[in-house]
Design a protein around this ligand. Sequence first.
Ligand SMILES: [Fe+2]
Length: 278
Amino acid sequence: MHCVTTPSPPTPSASGRLVVHAVPLATDNLGWLVVADGQAAIVDGPEAGPVLAACDALGVVLTTVINTHTHGDHIGVNRDLARRGLLGGLRVIGPAAVAAQIPGLTDPVRPEQTIHFAGVPGRVILTEGHLDGHVSYHFEDLAFTGDALFTGGSGFLFSGPPSAMLEGLARLAALPPETWIFCAHEYTEDNLRFALTLEPDNPALVRRVADVAARRARGEATVPERLAVELATNPFLRTTSPELLASLARELPDAPLDTPVAVYAATRRLKDLKRHRR
Ligand SMILES: [Fe+2]
């Protein structure tokens, strides 16, 4: 059973030309169906069944798959569509750096390249660190960040190094603050529980923790969220917060904290210890 029983309502882009529909997948994956002019693009996912059902329900045709990276729960939708004989006719957009690992790839893309969906331009943003080749996609005020920037957190460092993740997060943090962040998992509540151990006196964070807890208790999704909220509360975007730095120094007395990369790495290390779950 999926951890979200009440998906987020559809999100229109600033111009209204794109509308993003949530498709809960597997147990905590969030597939994002971008709809325009009767056609749809699915951004990542472990499976195709609920994506095709959502297209049927909306009366739109799946024409495009957009992949952020090559983990199985992101390109699984490609494999599932291939099994059903449906991948061949689709446009598949994914990072050129890992092209051989993306089933059905037709449009290999490079960082800072401009792509179009239904005539709407989007920017490819390099966001490695979680996994080599990982990119995010930015259309109007919508950013699809895969497992790089999560609401309230950021993805595990499978490939690293920490500097690659921090550089990618900085590129996302530089987007307009009203940008909606669409990440690939419903992890916000656990992410914020960790954030609160670092900044218990951050009033924006305290408010968000209460809001997210209430929404999750009702089975609601907490994605997407505005970048402005992330900048105010997400510890991985707050490497200069004095309270966060003091907490890190107390929790990891041996960790260097003299550069933003060192602060990011210490934050990552502390989260991976999972003390906040005890
Ligand atoms: Fe991943």
